[in-house]
Design a protein around this ligand. Structure first.
Ligand code: HEM
Length: 364
């Protein structure tokens, strides 16, 4: 490798001429420069730069997860990269405060010049959403309609390309499905788990039916009905058909095997070999949550700036944004896993051969 490329100069290396000559206020063009338009442009550009970095990290994780098997060292690298995305998200959230130093009146000085441009057209934001696992068919109507409708042909092509790859959600599902631990030398974890859950429900039922003297008949009936509903939720996980039905209804995304294995990781995360997969899943949840928080904060900011005016991209404004914040969560299945966690004392004891397999052993 020839490393003799001559001296590097700071501004050449960073292409500062290009970067710092990329803030062109529309209001200046029309002969009445609005002071705050510079802030509006800079904040958006900084966001786009950080989006670029997030995509860079996600691409590398996607590459690792496309491999037929993932070595511990590679998984650890992915965990660090997810941590980096989380830190960037912290900045993205705080930057909204800088944007909010602009008053709604100052915004009105140049807002009409932006129409019909809008965050709807942020191809990088859409790329992140798609890479994370948000499907076009899962978007809410207005979002779906504006999704590519507002993009030029070049940007539509970029989105088409991104959609050709498997999303992180699908790749994580494939990885979870490959986990070998829940069936081990004649031991089927899920049979033991089912027994533990049934035992737990039986005890709950006995308590409600018999022991709580203070309950009226109606209160007892309601509690038993609630218990029945909880049992059905548990069954929906253990019964393949019930789980697939929920996928059809778009209430679950991950396959049953992947969901069960994620639950196993969550419950037995203290086993050394499961610790890193657990941190990986937890980071995915954090990132999903951080995007939701950003979307929600951005919707409040839009409310503050626009009141109930529609957006420059033509949506209903903050009402649309708030709905999208709730709808566009991707990793709900991981959040839902808490439903299926049982008390530590009731968790099936793993056979010694399996715990040996899950542990790290230092041999002299
Ligand atoms: C004065 C500040 C801002 C206001 C009033 C505002 C308002 C809006 C509105 C109303 C929409 C809905 C689409 C539309 O009808 O135009 C939107 C979408 C969006 N905005 Fe902003 N925005 C602001 C700043 C920002 C900043 C700083 C970013 C950072 C990149 C951003 C990124 C986005 C994105 C990505 C969308 C698409 C969201 C989605 O469809 O889920 N916005 N914005």
């Amino acid at each position: 490798m020839n490393r003799n490329i001559g001296p590097t100069y700071y501004s050449d290396y960073l292409h500062l001429n290009k970067l710092l000559d990329s803030q062109h206020a529309k209001s200046k063009e029309v002969g009445h420069e609005a002071h705050d338009e510079m802030l509006f442009i800079v904040v958006h550009q900084v966001y786009e730069l950080w989006f670029k970095q997030i995509i860079h990290e996600l691409k590398s994780i996607r590459e690792t997860f496309s491999l037929p098997s993932i070595a511990e060292k590679e998984l650890s690298k992915c965990v660090f990269r997810l941590e980096r995305i989380k830190k960037i998200q912290g900045l993205l959230l705080n930057q909204l405060e800088v944007m909010e130093t602009m008053t709604p009146m100052d915004f009105l000085e140049f807002r009409d010049l932006l129409v019909p441009a809008s965050g709807f057209q942020s191809v990088q934001f859409r790329t992140i959403e798609i890479m994370m696992g948000l499907k076009t068919t899962d978007r809410i109507d207005v979002d779906r309609e504006f999704f590519t409708g507002r993009l030029n042909d070049e940007d539509k092509e970029v989105i088409n390309e991104v959609e050709k790859h498997e999303s992180l959600l699908v790749l994580v599902q494939n990885w979870l499905e490959r986990m070998p631990f829940t069936k081990f030398e004649g031991f089927d974890f899920w049979n033991s788990y089912r027994d533990a859950v049934e035992g737990m429900f039986k005890r709950d039922e006995e308590i409600i039916s018999g022991n709580i003297a203070s309950l009226t008949d109606r209160a007892r009936e309601i509690q038993l009905e609630n218990l029945k509903a909880t049992k059905e939720t548990f069954n929906s996980l253990l019964d393949e058909d019930a789980h697939n039905k929920l996928i059809e209804l778009k209430k679950r995304k991950l396959s049953r095997t992947a969901t069960l294995n994620a639950l196993f990781i969550l419950m037995y995360r203290e086993e050394p070999i499961l610790h890193l997969p657990y941190v990986f899943l937890r980071n995915l949840m954090d990132i999903d949550e951080n995007f939701t928080t950003w979307r929600y904060r951005h919707s409040i900011m839009a409310h503050r700036m626009l009141g109930t005016k529609i957006g420059t991209g033509g949506s209903s404004g903050h009402v649309y944004l708030k709905r999208a914040a709730d709808n566009n969560r991707v990793y709900n299945d991981l959040f839902d896993l808490s439903t299926f966690i049982i008390p530590k004392s009731e968790m099936p004891k793993l056979p010694v051969q399996l715990t040996d397999h899950l542990g790290f052993h230092f041999r002299g």
